[in-house]
Design a binder for this molecule. Sequence first.
Ligand SMILES: [Zn+2]
Length: 247
Amino acid sequence: MHILTFCAQCLTEYGVPNMTCFEAKILPDDGACKITCDKGHSTVIIVQDEKFEILAGMAARDIAEDSYRSSVLNFTASLERLYEFFIRLIFRAKKLDDLKVDRLWRQIRKQSERQFGAFMTLYLTETGEPYVPLPDSQTALRNRVAHDGLICSRSEALEYGQAVWDCAWQIIKVVRADKYAEAARSMMHERLEVRLRHARQDGLRHGTTSVYHPFHYELMARDPSLENFVRQLIDRPSDQEIAAMFK
Ligand SMILES: [Zn+2]
């Protein structure tokens, strides 16, 4: 996935973006891209989004770009990271000690079934309703893609992505409730500080950006169709195309 980068110092000094260094860079795992403009300024651009949001954005773009296997794998990773986000958010809202939460997470982080068990239990405790997981047919498709090397079709990838969307919506409706807003803000602040760590150490300016992904609360509430989201992605210019307009 690419993100659009810009020079934060030029923007501050001249009040307008320096279009000559407007560039689409590949987003690294740490969510921070370092760039140097033609005037020699260095800036770190960080994405604000949660990992599950970035992965969902990648998965949707995979379908738009006909990479269907990759979409299934990215949607799977997105849902697993959303489970983790839910668990950590609830614990943060309950003001549990981070060190104790990390100690628990170390016990389950390498086994997705353990994480899923912890998530299911906490979801029921928190909402009073059992979580409805992926249908067996979609779990079987995921396993064939992940373990048997299945090259799935567009319709299979869309159907799988929609099933993940339906699961994610159950969770996102809960985590975006007002009673978790403070905990969500606190986690976001922490996430940005981690991504900014190197920029701060090196005394660099920074800017923030967001990826376009299908797991925004407002988008999900407005339109439950993943296919419509993918169609929008196909219709709008990619970050690379936008950057190329200014060259
Ligand atoms: Zn500059």
